[in-house]
Design a binder for this molecule. Structure first.
Ligand SMILES: [Zn+2]
Length: 63
C-alpha cells in the first residue's frame, strides 16, 4: 500500500495582501485565519480536512 505523505505548513494571515481562499472548498481566508499550505504544490487550504481531501494524502505532516 502506498503511503502518500503531504507536508503542510500552518501559518496565520497577518496582512490583507496575504488573504487567499481554500483551494478545495473555496472558503475565503482573511487576516487572522490559519492557512494550511501544501509544501510541494503551494496550494492553500482552510483546514487539514480540506488538504487531505484535495491531495488524497494518507498522512499529513503539519510543520
Ligand atoms: Zn477548505
Amino acid at each position: 500500500m502506498p503511503n502518500k505523505v503531504v507536508k503542510l505548513e500552518r501559518w496565520e494571515i497577518c496582512r490583507n495582501v496575504e488573504e487567499t481562499s481554500c483551494q478545495y472548498c473555496g472558503v475565503p481566508l482573511y487576516t487572522g485565519d490559519a492557512v494550511y499550505q501544501d509544501q510541494s504544490s503551494g496550494a492553500d487550504y482552510c483546514s487539514t480536512h480540506c488538504a487531505k481531501a484535495s491531495t488524497r494524502a494518507d498522512t499529513l505532516k503539519v510543520i
